[in-house]
Ligand binder design. Sequence first.
Ligand code: MG
Length: 293
Amino acid sequence: MAASNGAGVVVVFDFDKTIIDCDSDNWVVDALGATQRFDELLLHLPWNSAIDAMMGELHSQGKSTEEIAGSMRTAPLSPHVVAAIETAHALGCELRILSDANAFFIDAVLAHHGLAGYFTEVSTNPAHVDAAGRLRISPYHDFHHGSSHGCTLATCPPNMCKGKVMEEILQELSKEAGKTRRRVVYLGDGRGDYCPTLKLVERDYMMPRKGYPVWDLIVADRHAVRADVRGWADAEDLETVLLDIIHECAAASKMEEDGGHQVVVPAECRSLPLASAPELAMPVLPKAIQAPN
Ligand SMILES: [Mg+2]
């Protein structure tokens, strides 16, 4: 099979509990013994501000950014997720990350597992190490100065509306040359993954993690989601379901290229010159043959 078979598919991954099998903020905080303090901070701060404040306190306690990165490198990441990423990329898919974690944690994980080169774009909360060596984590959408991302969905936190980012991705894709825009496959588990799910249309796919908040939200109003929904339970399942979708999309886009119907060339015509084969084939097999699902 040609390496370009999966071209025409953009796979967008959530990060926490999708690529890694834990929440990165909780993982770091637990690893550095600050669980109770983080819970206190969460009582009066939005999550994204609480994790930034937590990094400030860890810095005052003498914890280095290298220790923080080191703890991220021990976060669980299944070989099935690695295989799914590598195979999807090898099949010609474009891969992106859309996450409410932060650039520092995500970079540490991707670099450690040798995965950074597979992703063309990571949309997440920005992070940087300041002059004093303290890790700063900022909101993706700046909500501090009276501004807001404007999304009123209760499932979107103030610092990031993943639906807005998904809209931008879809707009970007629809500006590309070609008859139809590339298909999007979105994978996620959390409440924040519901808004981008609602932006997808019929030609796209949503892969919610079964039994997790975004799954429950989708199930609660099945007609609100236009995308084809394919659940996954664990990393092994994620790999199987994602690769099945990519193969389906490759078959579907081949049919689109062929003009909306698939021309099947009978065996006896296959040795004929390509240009004349479809015309000969048409009267023989007038009905399109659907690609198996
Ligand atoms: Mg998640």
